[in-house]
Design a protein around this ligand. Structure first.
Ligand SMILES: [Zn+2]
Length: 285
């Protein structure tokens, strides 16, 4: 937020503002995924799981390395909050660095990176049926890594102590605890910022605030991933539904989400699971 200034602008204020920005992390040097090899590997694949995430609940699902999974709209417009872990939970999706590398919203060819010190791709996006949407006149786009996940703590602060138990944070916590037989409070510390699948979001230009609008997703749409490592995915069908009005309540119309897992006949040509990041971790000592 930008308060009314209390300090006079310097004489060269406009000149300073007119400086052309540079991209923080040019990605030309990032090893690019061989998307054509990934997509060729879908030929003759076998669907081995077809799951449903109930509205206002989350579901955990294992995906072996070298398999594909899809998150699908099945009955009505619905957004999903996705957490990704290595199967042993030692690595987690790093939303902030993924955003720094690929931008505010992800699509085909982008990767979901793990945190430090491994910092390697957990998954690669291989298909996005909403890629036609682009960036709308409000600056909105789909599949963001700028939001966090709706949670009961923020809701409590903003609603004078309100207690709501089906925010994505709580849904992810319950599903992770059940999937890996963890105490609820231990599972909660592993839940992390999400990929907001199908959610349409941006920042207002006048105040810089995070906004959402009705998702353009419709039944039949999907986002498809290739698992670079053995993964545990946890997906919450957000209580915000299509996120056209509000979340953190039972008010919005909500629908299930589909999760489909596919086993290819053989691994993509030339693919190998990514090695952990090659930084030597000496940190100057
Ligand atoms: Zn949510």
């Amino acid at each position: 937020m930008h308060p009314t200034p209390e300090h006079a602008a310097p004489e060269d204020a406009e000149a300073r503002r007119d400086i052309v920005p540079v991209i923080c992390y040019p990605t030309d040097a990032l090893p690019a995924p061989d998307l054509s090899a990934y997509r060729a590997a879908r030929e003759g694949w076998e669907k081995i799981a077809d799951l449903r995430v109930p509205p206002r609940e989350a579901l955990a699902f294992d995906v072996p390395a070298g398999h594909f999974f899809r998150i699908a709209s099945v009955e009505g417009p619905q957004v999903g909050d996705l957490n990704l872990f290595s199967a042993d939970l030692s690595e987690r999706f790093y939303s902030g660095k993924t955003r720094a590398l690929h931008g505010t919203h992800l699509s085909r060819g982008d990767r979901m990176w793990s945190g430090f010190p491994t910092m390697r791709p957990l998954a690669t996006i291989t298909e996005d049926t909403l890629d036609w949407y682009g960036i709308d006149a409000f600056g909105g786009a789909v599949h963001d890594v700028i939001g966090t996940r709706c949670d009961p703590y923020t809701h409590c602060l903003l609603s004078d102590g309100g207690q709501y138990h089906y925010c994505c944070h709580s849904n992810l916590t319950r599903a992770l605890a059940e999937a890996r037989d963890l105490p609820l409070r231990e599972a909660e510390t592993l839940v992390h910022d999400v990929l907001n699948v199908f959610m349409c979001t941006g920042f207002t230009r006048d105040t810089g605030q995070y906004f959402m609008k009705a998702s353009p997703v419709r039944p039949g749409d999907y986002l498809e991933f290739f698992a670079e490592l053995d993964l545990l995915g946890v997906l919450s069908a957000c209580p915000g539904g299509d996120c056209s009005s509000e979340h953190s309540s039972d008010t919005a119309a909500c629908y299930p989400l589909g999760v489909e897992i596919y086993r290819p006949k053989s691994a993509p040509e030339g693919w190998a699971p990514p090695a952990p990041n090659a930084y030597d971790r000496s940190h100057g000592l």
